[in-house]
Design a protein. Structure first.
Length: 156
């Protein structure tokens, strides 16, 4: 409920119905779509336009291009530029920054893979428990006790 001052009632406040409330702005992009020109991107990242061109030449980022060849930077590009700025401030050269960014990307990929494997492990454990409860695919409850607690699954 939104409360705003008013002078038309003796109580001093009124509520605005939900249907009349202003909606929050919709993001300009999904975070990966290039929407900023090079000048705006440089300002957002706290760098010079020449620095952005240099980092592109060195392979530290790859902005999208328009049909006419103009660079378009996404929110993800701006975040990467800010990370580059931080690494430079820590005294790391551009070759080292390329290595750090590559390792960070590899680490993020491994974390995503690990999360997927953990989810798959939960699914397999659930299936294993269900099979033990029903006595396995043959329905023989006595054989269910012979199944080891190993997370290894063999495909036949």
């Amino acid at each position: 409920m939104v409360i705003t001052p008013t002078t038309d009632s003796g109580k001093g406040v009124r509520t605005i119905p939900a249907a009349n409330r202003p909606q929050p702005p919709v993001p300009a992009s999904d975070g990966r779509t290039g929407v900023y020109g090079i000048t705006v991107a440089a300002e957002l990242a706290g760098m010079s336009v020449q620095a952005l061109r240099l980092y592109e030449r060195k392979g530290l980022l790859e902005p999208a291009r328009t049909g006419g060849g103009s660079r378009r930077y996404s929110d993800a590009d701006i975040a990467r530029l800010r990370r580059i700025r931080t690494l430079i401030a820590e005294g790391i050269n551009l070759t080292g920054i390329a290595r750090v960014l590559g390792l960070e990307a590899d680490n993020a990929d491994l974390h995503a893979d690990n999360a997927g494997l953990r989810a798959r492990n939960v699914d397999l454990r659930t299936a294993n428990t269900a099979l033990r409860g029903t006595g396995g695919p043959t329905g023989d409850a006595a054989e269910a006790d012979d199944v080891p607690d190993s997370p290894v699954v063999r495909e036949g």
